[in-house]
Design a protein. Structure first.
Length: 115
């Protein structure tokens, strides 16, 4: 299993950014995928997830601003982030939960929102 995240960077408050996570080694279309984020020194927190049927759920802190989608043909899950705030600054990780008894993680991509 490999999860390759990309798309992080520096953006001004109020701006937008899209993260991508390409998966390999799994039957992508039947698996729920998730995005987490972590600020240094703090616990990793769930941003949201998307089921195999493309039903998405979000943390209250990002609801209405972030959108998770997936393209099964490309084996890729996306995190579209809009109206970004400095508090959104974190390392973002894609996650494949509970696959073969384990959670799988991408390498993380840094998102920095300047005020």
């Amino acid at each position: 299993v490999q999860l390759q995240a990309s798309g992080g960077g520096l953006v001004q408050a109020g701006g937008s950014l899209r993260l991508s996570c390409a998966a390999s080694g799994i039957n992508f279309s039947i698996n729920t995928m998730a995005w987490y984020r972590q600020v240094r020194g703090k616990q990793r927190e769930l941003v949201g997830n998307i089921t195999s049927r493309s039903s998405a759920n979000y943390a209250d802190s990002v609801k209405g601003r972030f959108t998770i989608s997936r393209d099964n043909a490309k084996r890729t899950v996306y995190l579209q982030m809009s109206s970004l705030k400095p508090d959104d600054t974190a390392v973002y990780y894609c996650n494949l939960p509970n696959y073969r008894g384990s959670d799988w993680w991408g390498q993380g991509t840094q998102v920095t929102v300047s005020s």
